[in-house]
Design a protein around this ligand. Structure first.
Ligand SMILES: Nc1ncnc2c1ncn2[C@@H]1O[C@H](COP(=O)(O)OP(=O)(O)OP(=O)(O)O)[C@@H](O)[C@H]1O
Ligand SMILES: [Mg+2]
Length: 254
């Protein structure tokens, strides 16, 4: 059984791509077969996994337009067991081109349901609640919501929760919130601690015990085209993402 997880938050720069890449790498390190789907026209997950621009075709765009998967769109990465369907800038057009197609919310679901042989598919969503994020949520069994530990963390979260609820009611009754992940946490900063308390008081159990610290190695890794976990496995950020993978696996086994 393939578990499909969207990493989503319409707020920009909260750690969606960083979480997708490093969680995927952690899962593949424990011998899970993992696919990243880069559903963001910015292509940050593709860059962060070291996929060159020449390699980004066919991409997710062709999958959307043809409504079927060309196996050539699945690229191997430097990490064993971890593949990626890259994005390219054509993806910007997908939203507009698909305004009038039939069942436009089900494009990802219809393709991913067909014999994709992975333990996990992690979809890196763009910072918007449009066509790409909706397609991701419709195709997923759950969603991980990264929240940046700062003053405006909770802003916009109610519209994301509303969208998730609407998708549950209309298109995908199986969709659940896998967890809320606090990112860029600075334990020495009082505001960061307050935000964490606020988020835990508000959302309770669904907030992961694991939090991701602010860590410079995490922000350096993408410029080397490597997950932080490969760039420096011992840094605090890598250790936290390995802990997150463990927490997710243990939750399933409970
Ligand atoms: N734990 C961390 N410590 C330090 N820097 C981080 C951390 N997590 C993410 N960053 C940096 O913050 C920036 C935003 O992170 P990221 O790209 O993962 O967010 P995003 O939600 O995917 O953004 P977008 O909405 O643009 O897709 C990046 O430069 C990234 O390297
Ligand atoms: Mg991103």
């Amino acid at each position: 059984m393939t578990k499909i997880i969207s990493i989503a938050n319409q707020k920009g720069g909260v750690g969606k791509t960083t979480t997708t890449i490093n969680l995927a790498t952690s899962l593949s390190a424990i011998h899970k077969k993992v696919l990243i789907v880069d559903a963001d026209p910015q292509g940050n997950a593709s860059t962060g996994m070291g996929i060159s621009y020449e390699e980004r075709s066919p991409s997710l765009y062709e999958l959307i337009v043809n409504r079927e998967l060309d196996k050539k769109a699945i690229k191997e990465t430097l990490v064993p067991n971890l593949s990626i369907i890259p994005s390219n800038t054509n993806l910007v057009a997908a939203e507009v081109e698909l305004v009038n197609v039939e069942k436009r919310e089900f494009v990802f679901k219809d393709v991913f349901d067909k014999s994709l042989n992975f333990d996990y598919i992690l979809i890196d969503c763009p910072p918007a609640l449009g066509f790409l994020t909706i397609n991701s949520l419709v195709a997923s069994s759950s969603v991980i919501i990264p929240l940046q530990s700062e003053f405006f963390a909770l802003e916009g979260i109610s519209s994301l929760m509303n969208t998730i609820q609407i998708i549950k009611e209309s298109f995908n009754s199986k969709l659940s919130v896998e967890g809320i992940l606090l990112t860029m946490v600075d334990k020495r900063n009082t505001l960061s601690a307050l935000v964490e308390k606020d988020v835990r008081d508000h959302f309770g159990e669904i907030v992961y015990k694991t939090t991701i610290p602010r860590n410079v190695k995490i922000s350096e890794a993408p410029s080397h085209g490597k997950p932080a976990i490969i760039y420096d496995v011992n840094c605090s950020g890598s250790m936290a993402y390995i802990g997150l993978a463990r927490e997710i696996i243990n939750k399933v086994n409970k």
